[in-house]
Design a protein around this ligand. Structure first.
Ligand SMILES: Nc1nc2c(ncn2[C@@H]2O[C@H](COP(=O)(O)O[C@H]3[C@@H](O)[C@H](n4cnc5c(=O)[nH]c(N)nc54)O[C@@H]3COP(=O)(O)O)[C@@H](O)[C@H]2O)c(=O)[nH]1
Length: 795
């Protein structure tokens, strides 16, 4: 009998045993070559594991070799790779659950190796019989736990099909050695991942430090975390500055269409994982989106994209304000492991640095280029955008317009109602301006009540239409802190290239045109013309002249008598300022009062007038002349917060009895913020001074205020008196004012009476008093003294 015959007589197990012993040397060689092979240099752990399973199957001549890993919760093991020798095929993905095979899991965690020669009857593997052994024809199993960093993290499984066999010590030794190699591969891979994490975190800090765009940094962060576990899909949402809405930050692996659907969601007690986490300021773990009530409203969207679990952690800044959320999604129900929690912890730390840094940059940007009060672009940004617009206009041979806008009498709102009301008004105006312009236009605030609107690619005609639109929009009433306010703008327009070739020239010329709009009576717009430069120069000269006039006592007063129409008796005097300029001669008040009002000099000039009028009146009274009140004009900007104190002080300094001082207020003053003005007028009235409304009938104000305000006299504007004879409307208005005044028990005086006829009409319609050239022009102090002297002699 030859050797061949002998071989045939041996059982397969005996044959394997002998071959196995014979190949011990080969196995050792195989192990040595594996140790030197690419398994430790392979980028991908799976590649190395596949090499191990293939080699093991070949060396042990076993049909199925697989490597399995515990799930994060250790309740299952999942097949990383299964090699089937006869098919030369790799596969993966099978899962075995602890609850189905508790004995096997116990064996893995307690034994050095599960050596099941007959797997169907082995204590640790018998539970596999029906569901695993039979279907795959497995008869013997040799399973070795894989220890990763000292803990059982998986198993190397050698599964024999066909007749059961007795595993030899050499085979056990070989399997244990391969399992150790698998452990080294996994450890190395974990180490690499940890190092990659540290490296990416360092890279991200570098990105942040180098000012990379926030989305760029957050995307890099999300990718880094995703690389740590291929089941994870990351998403970073950023909480809007309104503290309510979550906006997309980064989510490189989640479909855009899903991101779009959740972008801008308002946070709340049950708004998925992220909305809820931001709302409650704590981590929200939703291990199964399908069943968690917090996802009820968003479940369908998540399902559509195959998202099953989502854990979200709020990102806080140093002051514990919520900046956003960092979420990890899974395509299967999932509870977090310690490793996941560590990953998220490190991610939110980096995300917080990135978001905070970006917010600081935004803030710096905003401070540098935006007006903090209104949020509009400031001068720097305007100049920048205007320069770009001009460059484009030059290239395309087009026009660009610039509107310079200044609010009429804004200072009065600030001074009389306080800066907070003024600020509120400016904010509202900014909003209205923005709303009535195109996206491509820029509305900026230069400071105070000055706004500049840049209209790229816009010529004169369209600029005029825009100015008209702005006039209409700004003139609508405002409700600021319970004050009903109204204001109007004056607008100057310059057009590139006609009015200037650079931004500075255009702004300057639009500013000049704006002053002309003010001169034209405010609440209007003007295009720049070359002549305006002269007007500006004149204006500036007058302004500096006014300052000198105050210092050098160049102002004097004239007084115009006021008479009772029925008795022709003197009932009062109106003080009117005169400016005697050393070179220009007499400058009319109509020329310098508006400039004094705009520059604020009217406050000092006005105080001088009240003081001088009182001083003169007291002096005349001290000479024994008839005691009559003196009326003083009060301009809007004069009616500042402490105006009552000024009056009180002047009365006490001059010794004037208050009932001999009358303040002529404009309708504009009494209409600004009714309730506070009412209080202040009552304070003045309580002091004993008289109050009159000047130029009555020219404003647009509601007449109801007359009832509430302690007014003594209405002064019908001279424009009605001028045409009272020929113009039925003027007569009707005069009649109506007199009747209204009388019904409120007020005296009515008509100004600008020049003729006997006018006086006769006024007498007929029941006007009480009159003033005008018919009686007397304004008189110098000397002329008035002479008049008093004559009349006292006459009487
Ligand atoms: N805030 C202050 N405003 C003042 C002061 N002094 C004057 N003014 C205002 O300047 C405007 C022009 O004033 P003035 O040139 O002095 O003209 C006054 C009168 O001279 C003129 N007047 C008087 N009678 C007649 C007349 O019969 N016909 C005619 N054509 N003009 C006449 O009217 C002006 C008085 O106006 P009013 O104040 O409305 O009573 C003028 O708006 C002044 O208010 C000042 O100190 N502070």
């Amino acid at each position: 009998m030859g050797v061949g015959m002998k071989e045939q007589l041996k059982t397969p197990a005996e044959k394997r045993l002998r071959r196995s012993r014979n190949s011990l040397l080969e196995q050792q060689r195989a192990l040595a070559s594996l140790t030197r092979s690419e398994i430790f240099s392979a980028e991908d752990a799976l590649e190395a594991i596949r090499l191990l399973t293939r080699t093991t199957a070949r060396e042990l001549e076993i049909e199925r070799i697989s490597v399995w890993r515990f799930s994060e919760d250790r309740l299952a093991i999942k097949c990383m790779d299964l090699y089937e020798r006869s098919q030369q095929r790799h596969s993966s993905g099978m899962i075995l659950r602890r609850e189905d095979f508790p004995n096997y899991f116990e064996g893995l965690e307690t034994e050095e190796a599960i050596v099941a020669d007959d797997a169907r009857h082995h204590a640790f593997t018998a539970q596999f019989t029906d569901v695993y052994l039979h279907p795959f024809g497995i008869t013997s199993m040799l399973d070795v736990p894989i220890h990763v960093f000292g803990r059982v993290e998986g198993a190397l499984c050698c599964e024999h099909t066909g007749e059961p066999l007795n595993w030899t010590a050499e085979e056990r030794f070989f399997a244990i050695a391969v399992a150790n190699l698998a452990a080294l591969v996994i450890e190395q891979c974990e180490r690499r991942r940890a190092e990659a994490l540290v490296r990416s975190q360092r890279d991200m800090l570098e990105l942040i430090a180098n000012g990379a765009p926030l989305e760029h940094t957050l995307t890099a962060l999300a990718r880094t975390i995703e690389q740590q576990d291929d089941k994870i899909l990351c998403s970073v949402l950023i909480l809007d500055e309104d503290g309510v809405h979550l906006r997309h930050g980064a989510a490189p692996s989640i479909p855009d269409s899903y991101i779009r659907q959740i972008d801008g969601l308002a946070i709340g007690p049950s708004v998925g994982s992220c909305g809820t986490a931001a709302f409650h300021r704590q981590t929200v773990i939703v291990s199964d989106i399908r069943t968690d009530p917090r996802w009820a409203a968003y479940r369908d969207i998540a399902e559509e994209y195959g998202l099953r679990a989502c854990w979200s952690t709020p990102i806080f800044d140093a002051r514990q304000n919520v900046l956003g959320t960092f979420a990890v999604y899974f395509r299967e129900p999932q509870w977090p492991s310690e490793k996941h929690l560590r990953l998220v912890e490190s991610a939110i730390h980096t995300a917080a640095i990135a978001i905070e840094r970006s917010r600081v940059e935004d803030r710096i940007q905003r401070l540098a280029f935006y007006d903090p009060l209104t949020g509009l672009p400031n001068r720097a940004l305007l100049m920048d955008r205007a320069a770009q617009a001009l460059a484009l206009s030059a290239r395309d041979n087009k026009e660009t317009s610039l509107l310079f806008l200044d609010l009429d009498r804004f200072k009065m709102v600030n001074d009389s109602l306080g800066h907070h009301v003024g600020d509120g008004l400016l904010r509202s105006i900014a909003g209205r301006l923005r709303s009535c312009l195109r996206e491509s236009d820029t509305v900026s605030r230069l400071g105070g009540d000055e706004f500049v609107v840049l209209l790229p690619e816009t010529g004169s005609e369209e600029a005029a239409q825009t100015a008209e639109r702005i006039l209409g929009v700004v003139a609508q009433p405002y409700l600021i802190e319970d004050y009903r306010l109204s204001t109007t703008p004056s607008i100057g327009i310059s057009v590139y290239p006609r009015d200037g070739s650079d931004v500075e020239a255009l702004v300057k010329h639009a500013d000049t045109a704006m002053y002309q709009a003010k001169e034209k009576g405010r609440n209007t717009y003007q295009f720049f013309t070359e002549d305006m430069n002269f007007a500006v120069l004149e204006r500036l000269t007058i302004e500096s002249g006014l300052r000198q006039a105050l210092d050098h006592g160049a102002f004097v007063l004239e007084f115009q008598p006021q008479y009772d129409i029925a008795t022709h008796r003197l009932v009062g005097l109106e003080a009117l300022i005169r400016w005697q300029h050393p070179e220009w001669g007499r400058v009319p008040p109509s020329r310098f009062i508006p400039i004094a009002e705009d520059s604020g000099l009217i406050v000092l000039i006005g105080e001088w007038v009240i003081h001088e009028a009182c001083r003169q009146n007291v002096y005349r009274q001290s000479l024994g002349f008839e005691k009559v009140p003196v009326a003083v004009n009060i301009a809007s900007p004069q009616f500042i917060q402490r105006f009552e104190d000024v009056v009180e002080r002047v009365l006490s300094e001059t010794g004037m009895e208050p009932q001999y001082l009358e303040l002529e207020l404009t309708e504009g003053i009494v209409m600004q913020g009714e309730s506070s003005i009412q209080k202040r007028l009552h304070k003045l009235k309580d002091m004993g001074v008289k109050l009159a409304i000047d130029d009555f009938g020219t404003g647009y104000s509601s007449l109801s205020y007359l009832k509430r305000f302690p007014i003594d006299r209405l002064k019908i504007d001279q424009s009605f008196v001028r045409d009272i004879i020929d113009d039925q409307d003027d007569l009707a208005i005069t009649r109506a004012v007199i009747s209204l005044g009388h019904s409120l028990r007020l005296l009515v005086i008509a100004e600008g009476v020049e003729t006997e006829q006018q006086l006769a009409f006024l007498r007929e319609v029941g006007c009480d008093q009159a003033q005008g050239f018919y009686f007397s022009p304004p008189l110098s102090i000397k002329a008035l003294g002479d008049w008093f002297f004559q009349n006292s002699k006459a009487s």
